[in-house]
Structure formats: structure tokens, C-alpha cells
Design a protein around this ligand. Structure first.
Ligand code: FAD
Length: 318
């Protein structure tokens, strides 16, 4: 059944963000002969639209008034795009902007939103959205009773694939007035590879015993490669001041979906698993054979991290 899909794109460094490209590849699979369109807002949006592989139409505006995300301004532009594209499905990244835009846009279109989805499929002619529930211990499947189906989707839920550039670009209205204004922006300076971009995430927990012990976890990340691996932490470790809050994984931290997730001396509480259960492979290192984490791990090593982690590093060096 042909469907029109609209992807709400975002810019990163003047280019479509990696999540935008992933959503476009997911959209191609859902369209079944319908159209795929994308919106891009902010400085350089029109030029960046050429990089939106898989979309036939790009709706863009270069107005710098869109650069700092403002829900009200974006909604006016997105509503204009919806009026023209008549989407049956709207896909939005589960990003800071997406978390606000999803419910507000769904409300404006008289529909509903499924947030934080990890998969969207067309099943028997209907769109179904899947998302983790109960702190990641269960997967809930939602069907939409209203149209358009609006969903915010986690990063890396699809793989970006190459495709043709949009054949047409339609100008959206410039940024208008807003009842809210962003008066300041404070950016956390994060060095090295970001948690969400890492193919391998190695997280340390309270069982490490000290802030200093995180150096063992960092050594493992370095042995895998600084361009591939990033270090995370459980909330217990962060609350103890052992690692920065920016690196916390879990319900109240970051959600990561790497190829491999190492949980070192982490018990596997549901709130932690909410942030990492979407990982392709989980490797658990814990001295307690009954630790909850082993229920999620594809590979489990029962032992003291002080001997297990250096042994893994040794093997990697070989
Ligand atoms: C509303 C709410 C939100 C929360 N959000 C988050 C969140 O975002 N992220 C998060 O992580 N938590 C979150 N939590 C906290 C969560 O419930 C757990 O308390 C926390 O995840 C536990 O962290 P941990 O596994 O590091 O510590 P612990 O539960 O203390 O586990 C430590 C583990 O280390 C093992 N261990 C000890 N010594 C060694 C050793 N030498 N070698 C190997 N293993 C060893 C132990 O066997 C144990 O399994 C939240 C809680 C609430 C209520």
C-alpha cells in the first residue's frame, strides 16, 4: 500500500544529521511506492538537502532564525510541509528537538505520537511502532488509530543507505515570531567520541569501587580504539562522582545502541538496561553469577573485573 512519508530532518555541522539519513532509509522501506520527503531548517539547509539520500522532495529554509531550536517556529514550518506533502507517516529523531516536536506536531495534525521507538514496520497495511517499556524489560507494540502516524525514533534503529538526492526543493516559510526565546545556550564540552556515536560502549559501575578504577575501563576503550569505543557509567557510579553525568547510560542518562556494550561491574538494574538494552551484543563482567545483567548478556564473564579486564586488553593487544 503506497504511503507518503515525511522525515523531520535536522542539521549537524551543516549536513543532514546521521539520524536524519537513518530515518530516510527507514522511510524508503515504509513508503511502498509512495513519496518520501524531508524537512531541513536553518543555515545551509537548502544546500544540505542534496545529501538527503532517498527523499524525492526536500522542504527547506535557510533562515538563521531556525538555527537554535525553537518548537513554535519549527512547528509553523513543519505544518506548512505537512500541508503540502500530505504524509501518512511522520518520522522524527528521538532528539532534544524531536522530543518536543513529536507530540506538538501530532496534536496539530489531530493525531497521536509514539515516542522513543526502536522499530516502525508496515504490517497488514497498518503502521506498527515498537518501543521499550517498563524500563526496557518489555517491548510494546503500538498501532495507530489516527493518521498521520507520528513517531520519534531512536538513533541507529535503521542503517543509512545510499540513494538519489531529492529531485525538487520546496521553500518553507522563514522563521516567524515566537512566544518563547532562547536567551542562552551552554554547551558541555565533550572530548573524543560521543557515547551515541560509538560502535563499542564500555560502561563501568559501582562495583569498580573507585573513580580511579575507571582507568581500567578507559584502557579497554583505548585498546579497542579511540575512534570506535567510548566509556559510559551507571548512575550509581555517576552519583558517587566517579564519572561525569554526561556519560551516564540509562533511563535518566543516555540511550545507546552500539554493536557491542560492555557492562563492567554493573548489576543490570532495569533503569540501567533502559539505556543499553538495544545494543546488538551485551558483554557482562560481574563477580556475582546471579547478577541481573547476565539475563541480558550474550556473553557473560563471572569474575573480578580487576583480572578479567586486563586479560581482555592483553588479548586485544595480541
Ligand atoms: C528513577 C530512577 C532512575 C534511574 N536511572 C538510572 C540510569 O539512568 N542509569 C543507571 O545506571 N541507573 C539508574 N538508576 C539506578 C538503578 O536503579 C541502579 O541503582 C544502578 O543502575 C546501579 O548501578 P550499578 O549497577 O553500578 O551498581 P550496583 O547495583 O551496586 O551493582 C554493582 C555490581 O558490581 C558487581 N561487582 C562488585 N565488585 C565487583 C568486581 N570486583 N568485579 C566484578 N563485578 C563486581 C556486583 O556484583 C554488582 O552486580 C535509576 C534509579 C531510579 C529510581
Amino acid at each position: 500500500m503506497p504511503r507518503n512519508i515525511l522525515v523531520v530532518g535536522e542539521l549537524a555541522g551543516g549536513q543532514p544529521s546521521s539520524t536524519t539519513l537513518e530515518l530516510l532509509s527507514g522511510a524508503a522501506g515504509l513508503a511502498e511506492g509512495g513519496t518520501v520527503s524531508v524537512t531541513l531548517l536553518g543555515t545551509g539547509a537548502t544546500a544540505a538537502a542534496a545529501g538527503c539520500a532517498g527523499a524525492t522532495t526536500a522542504y527547506a529554509n535557510d533562515d538563521a532564525g531556525y538555527d537554535t531550536f525553537n518548537g513554535e517556529r519549527w512547528l509553523t514550518a513543519l505544518t506548512a510541509a505537512c500541508d503540502q506533502a500530505s504524509p501518512d507517516v511522520i518520522l522524527i529523531g528521538q532528539t532534544t528537538a524531536g522530543r518536543e516536536i513529536g507530540p506538538r506536531l501530532a496534536h496539530r495534525r489531530g493525531s497521536a505520537v509514539a515516542m522513543d521507538c526502536t522499530s516502525i514496520v508496515a504490517e497488514g497495511g497498518a503502521i506498527k511502532a515498537q518501543r521499550p517499556a517498563y524500563g526496557g524489560n518489555a517491548l510494546a507494540t503500538y498501532a495507530f488509530a489516527t493518521s498521520p502516524a507520528v513517531a520519534t525514533v531512536r538513533a541507529k534503529s535503521w542503517d543509512a543507505v545510499p540513494g538519489a538526492a531529492p529531485s525538487s526543493t520546496v521553500a518553507l516559510p522563514g522563521a516567524g515570531e515566537s512566544r518563547t526565546n532562547v536567551t542562552g545556550k551552554e554547551q558541555v564540552v565533550a572530548e573524543g567520541l560521543q557515547l551515541q556515536d560509538a560502535k563499542v560502549v564500555i560502561s563501568g559501575g559501582r562495583g569498580l569501587g573507585s573513580a580511579e578504577a575507571f582507568s581500567v575501563v578507559e584502557d579497554l576503550a583505548a585498546a579497542i580504539g579511540k575512534d570506535k569505543a567510548a566509556v559510559g557509567a551507571s548512575r550509581a557510579a555517576v552519583d558517587l562522582g566517579w564519572y561525569p553525568p554526561s556519560q551516564q547510560v540509562g533511563l535518566t542518562g543516555k540511550v545507546v545502541t552500539p554493536d557491542v556494550y560492555f557492562a563492567v561491574a554493573i548489576s543490570g538494574a532495569s533503569q540501567h538496561m533502559a539505556g543499553c538494552s538495544g545494543s546488538k551484543v551485551i558483554v557482562a563482567i560481574n563477580r556475582d553469577a546471579d547478577a541481573n545483567i547476565f539475563g541480558f548478556a550474550k556473553y557473560g564473564i563471572v569474575g573480578d573485573y580487576k583480572t578479567v579486564v586486563p586479560a581482555i586488553i592483553e588479548e586485544l593487544k595480541k
